[in-house]
Ligand binder design. Structure first.
Ligand SMILES: [Zn+2]
Ligand SMILES: [Zn+2]
Length: 305
């Protein structure tokens, strides 16, 4: 089974701080290297974490507040200077293309590799990308400007064949593809052999959701229902709930409430305001509502099992 894991590169909110970098994470899924948001300083964070920049095939940008994308122009330029040959796909708000085009125009740069754009829709959930192993959906969040979250989910796995059973029931190998899809087999004597005698079930489909900047928004629940690991912003603690409302952010308790209602497996809190030196308060406020809560730590990798 492929690795499915996320490395936190930045989990601070808007104001730069010596403690935390702005939002960015590297998701390793089904052999792909995906970057999710790209705040200022992401290139340095990628290097610190020994990530291979040119291996990144897709960048997912949640919204156009600077703390979520200002590192992207630099990253695109580095890929250019290093002579990247492969296409880079940007899944992002449409306005980001204007910003990138303007930068390239005034720096008189013609990027040497192809950039493919897939625009997110802030109004409704959409499938934004898929291959034979995974699918990625975007879904609306509620923030001061258009903002989307992303759900990364494995596709149903094929069933695993029990080789000794093929011999035992005289099933020819020509039946294997059918069996892996879940159909019964016909053996050499023309007899039907039930699928469950010859196969074992595939591992469950793993999933990861990224809920970027948002205030308490129950519409998120349907999109992340049952997800294995959810990163949800928790910019503030409960004492700042009014401030959270005004700035379209969430508290730790609100994030935990969403996690609990969506019956997810594990919650990872992030996007902490620079006012909080340590994150103990986030755990103290979230755990009574949703026990399986972690606070994000930069440089840490979280496995999705
Ligand atoms: Zn932010
Ligand atoms: Zn924002």
């Amino acid at each position: 089974m492929h690795d499915f894991e996320v490395t936190i590169l930045g989990c601070g909110s808007a104001t730069p701080s010596l403690l935390r970098n702005p939002s960015a994470q590297l998701l390793n899924v089904a052999g792909h290297s995906f970057l999710i948001d790209c705040g200022e300083g992401t290139q340095i964070q990628l290097r610190k974490n020994a990530a291979k920049i040119q291996r990144i095939s897709h960048v997912f940008i949640s919204h156009l507040h600077g703390d979520h994308y200002l590192g992207l122009l630099g990253l695109l330029q580095t890929m250019h200077l290093l002579g990247r040959k492969t296409k880079l796909t940007l899944v992002c708000p449409p306005e980001l293309k204007e910003i990138i085009d303007l930068q390239n125009k005034h720096s008189q740069t013609t990027i040497v590799y192809e950039i493919e754009y897939i625009f997110t829709n802030p109004k409704q959930a959409e499938l934004v990308w898929e291959d034979d192993k995974i699918e990625v959906k975007s879904f609306p969040l509620r923030h001061r400007i258009n903002c989307t979250g992303f759900l990364f989910k494995e596709k149903p796995h094929l069933k695993n064949i029990i080789k000794e059973k093929l011999d035992e029931f005289n099933v020819p190998t020509s039946q294997v593809n059918k069996l892996r899809l879940g159909f019964d087999a016909i053996n050499e004597k023309g007899k039907t052999i039930a699928n469950d005698k010859l196969t074992v079930s595939a591992p469950v489909q793993r999933s990861y959701a990224y809920c970027s900047d948002t205030n308490y928004y129950e519409e998120i629940i349907e999109h992340i229902k049952g997800t294995d690991l959810v990163y949800h912003e928790a910019t503030f603690l409960e004492a700042e709930i009014e401030r959270a409302k005004k700035t379209f952010h969430s508290t730790a308790k609100q994030a935990a409430t969403i996690a609990s209602k969506a019956e997810i497996k594990q919650l990872l809190l992030g996007h902490f305001s620079a006012r909080y030196g340590n994150t103990d308060g986030f755990i103290i406020e979230a755990k009574p509502i949703f026990e399986n809560t972690l606070v994000a730590q930069e440089g840490q990798t979280y496995k999705i099992n």
